[in-house]
Design a binder for this molecule. Structure first.
Ligand code: 9MR
Ligand code: ZN
Length: 545
């Protein structure tokens, strides 16, 4: 396999690239209809094949095939080194993708049945509706604290539900909606479809309602609700182990304050009562943070082994929350809090751990002129400076991937899509298409233009990955995995036991991947990997709407 390309398709108006790992011998692009004409006239389609460049992350020497000049929709064959690939140029190539990535969240719903009507063969029964009892730091059970907290999305390939990842996923989705509302007009066949509210907001509300249940009366948010250990590879309704609630944490409380405040702004036009409830909850969470300054990072109590999400600082969540709360209330205290933290946070990060980028989006696209000019322009300048560094990474990489060779961590798709988001926003701020084109290369990466040659979205692409570390996909008896889910991708930094046993240690970082269900460290799916993909796909889908 030497031709690495976007397996979902290319937009006629956008740049088009593929990466060739062979020598590029007899390289040619032909339209399937031109075969006869080619024999008679020898007429070929123009393209540009670069000189070989060494790509550090993959160890590959690659040539970039640029066929941007080609804009006529159709199927084309790329030939190189005696191999071939079929690519497609078509209108709105990311439309189905964007909808499927969003529908992926419906498939993660917990606490309800997914009937065939909406889930097709991926249906499942009611799951995880029992009450959850609090575990103390030392692992002892506090039987006096037991709550009903059904609902929300399963976090990933496991059935845990965690607040910090939920806040990040909502940040990506709600900003995607706020910035590109025209991309979210379709019904995606979920129970709420057709109720007059865009389905992206219907789906996000399912998570928000659960988060509200995770808030304690004093405003603090429980960190997560999970079983003691990760379950076996069984359907969610068969996971009957007891549910536990874990102590209130600062990062969860501040992350929730941010999400709930942003949601209050977004839902105001659809359901004023729900928006008011969200705002009140957000303020309460903020007040809890102010009343409880002593930070202590979360670690699992002994003998409890679900995901830790042990963030070491919540200054970034507080920065994000202050921006959202200021935008909704206009209260001076939030503006002061925003200014206080601005210099110490990384405003180009959109992850479960580092969230200040969402605060920057609030400043740059929502607050805008509500901020003093100096303040706005300094945020903009810093944000663009970060976007420039992502642009530089993209240029340096043979595959045009916005990630350094040392960046292939657990869930490497997150920094890659994160940087695409930053570049998309930089293009929105400046009109400079270089940012947009570099962001497009990250979407190309997701869809197959990467060193592994896999498309990292289930159901999308000729070589889409098929064996996600995802319990329902394994246990449902359906051959194909649940569609529209995003793999974490290559991870050389901390491989699990299985991956270590199967992949030779000197394998380059960008190839430290295997499409095999047991490999949690490289082939799991997660809500906060789907959500940045929704953002990026929706942007490219909505651009010409
Ligand atoms: O996404 C998380 C990644 O950044 C961490 O390195 C990794 C190991 O701690 O955990 C990832 O999150 C997992 C979580 O702990 C449990 N649910 C599945 C998540 C995705 O693999
Ligand atoms: Zn469940």
């Amino acid at each position: 396999m030497s031709i690495h390309y976007n397996q979902t398709g290319y937009d006629p108006r956008l740049p088009k690239k593929a990466v060739i790992t062979g020598n590029g011998l007899n390289c040619m692009i032909l339209n399937e209809r031109d075969i006869g004409a080619f024999q008679q006239t020898g007429k070929k389609i123009d393209f540009d094949l670069s000189e070989p460049v060494f790509d550090e992350a993959s160890g590959d020497t690659v040539r970039v095939l640029d066929f941007s000049a080609l804009s006529k929709p159709g199927k084309y064959f790329i030939f190189a080194d005696g191999e071939q690939a079929v690519i497609e140029i078509k209108e709105k190539p990311y439309h189905l993708l964007s909808n499927a990535l969003l529908k992926g969240f419906y498939f993660q719903r917990c606490g309800c049945e997914l009937p065939e009507k909406y889930a097709g063969p991926y249906r499942h029964g009611v799951c995880h509706v029992g009450k959850a009892v609090l575990v103390k730091n030392d692992g002892a059970i506090d039987s006096g604290t037991e709550i009903e907290c059904a609902g929300g999305w399963h976090d990933a390939g496991d059935y845990g539900r965690y607040i910090a990842p939920a806040a990040a996923a909502l940040g990506h989705l709600l900003y995607a909606y706020e910035l590109f509302p025209e991309a979210f007009k379709d019904n995606i066949n979920i129970p709420e479809s057709g109720n007059g509210v865009p389905d992206i907001l219907n789906e996000c509300r399912y998570e928000l309602e659960w988060m509200l249940k995770m808030q304690r009366a004093d405003g603090g948010l429980y960190h997560k609700v999970t079983t003691r250990y990760f379950s076996g590879f069984i359907m969610p309704e068969d996971d009957k182990d007891d549910l536990y609630l874990f102590r209130v944490t600062h990062c969860s409380t501040a992350g929730f304050a941010a999400s709930a405040a942003q949601a209050a702004r977004v839902y105001k036009n659809f359901d004023a009562a729900f928006a008011a409830k969200l705002l009140e909850a957000a303020k309460k969470a903020w007040d809890w943070m102010e009343a409880n300054p002593g930070f202590e990072a979360f670690t699992n109590p002994p003998e409890f082994r679900s995901g830790a999400y042990g963030d070491l600082s919540c200054e970034d969540e507080l920065f994000w929350a202050s921006a959202e709360l200021y935008s909704v209330t206009g209260e001076e205290r939030y503006l002061q809090a925003l200014k206080k933290r601005l210099d110490s946070v990384d405003i180009s990060e959109f992850g479960w751990r580092d969230t200040a980028g969402f605060g920057a989006l609030c400043c740059l696209f929502v607050l805008k002129e509500k901020l003093e000019e100096n303040l706005f322009s300094s945020i903009k300048e810093r944000f663009l400076c970060a976007a420039d560094s992502f642009l530089a990474l993209t240029k340096k990489s043979g595959y045009s991937t916005a990630l350094g060779a040392d960046g292939y961590v657990w869930g490497s798709i997150l920094p890659i899509l994160n940087n695409a988001i930053a570049m998309i926003c930089a293009c929105q701020l400046t009109g400079d298409k270089n940012y947009r084109n570099a962001a497009q290369s990250q979407l190309d990466y997701l869809l197959g233009m990467n060193a592994t040659g896999y498309s990292f979205v289930t159901g999308f692409g000729e070589r889409a990955f098929r064996f996600p570390h995802h319990r329902p996909s394994f246990a449902d008896g359906v051959d194909a995995p649940v569609p529209g889910l995003v793999s974490g991708g290559p991870n050389k930094r901390n491989p699990d036991m299985v991956t270590k046993a199967l992949i030779p240690p000197d394998t380059p970082a960008a190839k430290f991947y295997i499409d095999y269900t047991p490999t949690a460290s490289a082939n799991e799916i997660a809500i906060y990997w789907n959500s940045p993909a929704v953002f990026v796909a929706a942007y490219f889908d909505g651009m010409y709407a």
